[in-house]
Design a protein around this ligand. Structure first.
Ligand code: PMP
Length: 386
């Protein structure tokens, strides 16, 4: 029988969508479920941004546009990077993508060969491992330890660099732990990449989502001109997950190649979405601090609540909107505990192992929900263990 490609059997999906399907099946049977599994803000896209998109459609901006993105949006990104990362990239370095994920996919496709080694965080965002596996490359995991507040330690990266290492993937603020790396840690990683002639892809999708701490990028060292790639997007902090809009800042030689990946895979990012993006970056920014103030309240509430459950302990994360409690005190595995919560308490969460083997002993709660649901879910979990 004719077989599918090797890549087709090596690429893999995301547990969040599987758990959502299970939770929805229970809801169809009449069960009440609190949702903590999906990683998206519970706010709507700000009206000024949505209206810019609607206006663009009405103005018939519904045709093909340049595959690397609209000049207007690329210029807005150029200003944005200068404001937030302290360097001004050349326009040639800026590429617009339909969501941040194609940025991960296409940058890895541009950098990684079969049998190369790719270093990334574990627990970590599943896409890095999935694409590494698809490319026939080897995943080299850096465990994130609770003792180190789940931050990746540059010394652990250094120990893992070999002749075959090609790429280090960094994600700060991090999914699933909510950790935020320090300036010096990120500078050390950029330094290691320079010393060993490696690429760094920095996934900064939660860049504006920190609590009482600053976001830093490792891409400042070479201003994304030689070996670092900055990925950011509109999905999370502008509540635009469904619009599909992200951007990349890359070395010029890579930008040419990316153009061809985009032409071959997607042609371009939707024009009206990009006009909404121009408004997002250049319009009123008050949405973000307001959202973050609400998220902070939710974070404090869920961390306190989780710490009140026997067998659970939970650090207070410094970024994103995820809590990552240690559940080893329940004597269950992550998967057993996640199933227990879903079927016995009606609370949908992800097992830490959905983010890699070092996620064992933890759960991920996406706390982008209302305070009442956080309180009610904590109560139900506590009762389910009584
Ligand atoms: N990177 C990380 C770390 C994420 O958590 C997510 C969203 N869950 C993405 C990338 C994907 O972003 P987008 O929806 O813009 O493709």
């Amino acid at each position: 029988m004719v077989q599918l490609s090797k890549g087709a059997s090596s690429i893999y999906g995301e547990a969040a969508f599987e758990v959502l399907a299970k939770a929805q099946a229970l809801e169809r049977q009449g069960k009440s479920i609190f949702h903590f599994e999906i990683g998206e803000p519970d706010m709507e896209t700000p009206e000024n941004i949505a209206n810019a998109g609607i206006r663009a459609i009405q103005e018939k901006k519904t045709h093909y546009v340049p595959s690397i993105g609209l000049l207007e949006l690329r210029k807005a990104v150029q200003d944005e990077v200068e404001k937030t990362r302290d360097y001004r990239p050349d326009l040639k370095q800026i590429v617009i993508t339909p969501g941040l994920k194609p940025g991960i996919f296409f940058s890895m496709l541009s950098i990684v060969n079969p049998r190369d080694e790719v270093i990334y965080q574990d627990p970590g965002y599943p896409t890095y491992g999935s694409v590494t596996s698809f490319l026939g490359a080897k995943s080299i995991l850096v465990p994130l330890l609770e003792e180190n507040e789940f931050r990746m330690n540059p010394d652990d990266i250094k120990e893992r660099i070999t002749e075959k290492t090609k790429l280090i993937v960094v994600n700060s603020p991090q999914n699933p732990t909510g950790s935020v790396m320090t300036k010096s840690e990120l500078e050390d990683i950029a330094g290691l990449a320079e010393e060993h002639d490696l690429y760094v892809v920095s996934d900064e999708i939660y860049s504006k989502m920190t609590y009482d701490t600053k976001h830093y990028t490792p891409t400042g060292r070479d201003e994304a001109k030689e070996r670092t790639v900055l990925l950011d997007g509109f999905s999370k902090y502008y509540a635009m997950t469904g619009w599909r809009l992200g951007y990349m800042v890359v070395p010029c030689k890579m930008a040419d190649r990316l153009q061809n990946f985009l032409v071959s895979a997607v042609s371009c990012t939707a024009a009206f979405t990009q006009w909404a993006g121009v408004e997002a970056l250049t319009g009123d920014q008050s949405f973000i601090p307001e959202m973050m103030a609400r998220f902070k309240e939710k974070r404090d509430r869920i961390v306190k609540g989780l710490n009140s459950i026997p067998g659970f302990t939970c650090l207070s994360p410094k970024g994103a909107f995820y809590a990552f409690p240690n559940i080893t005190g329940t004597d269950m595995t992550s998967q057993e505990c996640a199933d227990h919560l879903l079927y016995k308490a009606g609370v949908a969460v992800l097992p830490g192992t959905a983010f890699g083997p070092y996620g064992e002993g933890y759960l991920r709660f996406s706390y982008a929900t209302i305070l009442e649901n956080i309180d009610a879910a904590v109560k139900r979990i506590r009762e389910s263990f009584e």
